[in-house]
Design a protein around this ligand. Structure first.
Ligand code: P6P
Length: 336
């Protein structure tokens, strides 16, 4: 059979399974082409004059990298004219971006972290783009960016699509439209994403964990207990030796788990408690939780399923424990 490109996969999902609409198919294709453009910009590195600080801070109060700003602009420019979106929200923008009146408005809301793992950009370590798609509620007030925020405040379970691109040795796009998880690899010569894996299944058990150990003294007791037990290895209560990986880019750590299993934790800790956690709910935790659950894994704060959280603010943060479902279940049990 000819290579199944992203376009073909989406047509099959639309035509054969009625899982997606034409507008959602178009949205995902536009986002994938924006990810290709981001991949090219990143690939230039120091040669493209795109490394280093942008000289501005984002809504999180974090210094923006030039590539953060550039990636955000690429996604906005690619999506504003198509007529498939009502508005967009981004980690890099305080308020949502409402579609300019000169363009038609669509029924979808697009949320994204345009470049996750920015601290890894300048050291040539994998980084990525994370995106989430919601339906815009009927009658939503989109008259101003401030008013439009309410339309986005939907639980992760309401997502109609989610995905991420990993900019590593290859550029990979991982996608769910609610019908399992598919993996596409960018064919740079053809300039198209080609299906390289579908119906991804995350192993229910694992012996590989991802957490930033430097925060150990700040963790709550259940995570302290769990990590200590893993470190005891075969002789300890878990009865097996564990390995550790921490890339420092959520997209890269999650992609490893999607590919071979594992558990990723950025738990609540004393350092970030006043902000509600480290990772953002709407455009990091929710899309990753949707993907991981669609691949047979689990995603929890430790106390509740991430996809059930009713958001109160666009940029709110949350604790994240996700991956192989039996390991996540153990950590959740320790929180009970
Ligand atoms: P730390 C990157 O900045 C990020 O938002 C996630 O991609 C990553 O998992 C986490 O922060 C890394 O945080 O505290 O280890 O630098």
């Amino acid at each position: 059979m000819a290579q199944r490109t992203l376009a073909r996969y989406l047509i099959e999902e639309q035509r054969n399974k009625g899982v997606i609409t034409g507008d959602l198919k178009f949205l995902i294709e536009v986002v994938s082409r924006a990810c290709q453009a981001i991949s090219i910009a990143i690939g230039k590195g120091g040669l493209g004059g795109v490394l280093g600080e942008a000289g501005s801070d984002n809504v999180q109060g974090e210094a923006q990298k030039k590539l953060d700003v550039l990636s955000n602009e690429i996604l906005l420019d690619a999506n504003e004219w198509g007529g498939h979106l009502a508005a967009m929200a981004s980690e890099e923008m305080d308020l949502p971006f409402t579609i300019p009146h000169r363009y038609p408005q669509g029924e979808y809301l697009l949320l994204f972290d345009p470049l996750d793992g920015s601290s890894n950009i300048d050291v040539d370590v994998s980084i990525g783009t994370i995106f989430s798609v919601l339906k815009c509620p009927d009658g939503a007030d989109l008259s101003t960016p401030e008013a439009s925020e309410a339309a986005f405040l939907q639980p992760g379970a309401a997502q109609v699509a989610a995905g991420y691109a990993v900019y590593g040795p290859t550029t990979v796009l991982v996608l769910t439209v609610g019908d399992g998880v598919a993996v596409f690899t960018l064919d740079r010569e053809q300039g198209s994403f080609v299906l390289t894996q579908e119906n991804v299944q995350i192993p229910a058990d694992t012996a590989e964990f991802a957490i930033n150990m430097a925060n150990m003294r700040h963790w709550e007791a259940p995570v302290q207990r769990y990590v200590a037990e893993m470190q005891q290895g075969r002789e300890g209560p878990l009865g097996k030796d564990y390995n550790m990986r921490w890339v420092g880019s959520m997209v890269a750590d999650v992609h490893r788990i999607v590919t071979r299993g594992g558990i990723f934790m950025y738990p609540m800790d004393a350092k970030v408690r006043n902000k509600g956690g480290k990772l953002r709910l709407m455009y990091e935790a929710n899309p990753m939780a949707f993907l991981v659950e669609q691949a047979g894994g689990a995603a929890s704060t430790g106390n509740r399923r991430i996809l059930d959280i009713e958001p109160e603010r666009l940029h709110q943060r949350v604790a994240v424990i996700l991956g192989s479902k039996n390991e996540v279940a153990r950590v959740v049990a320790y929180h009970a």
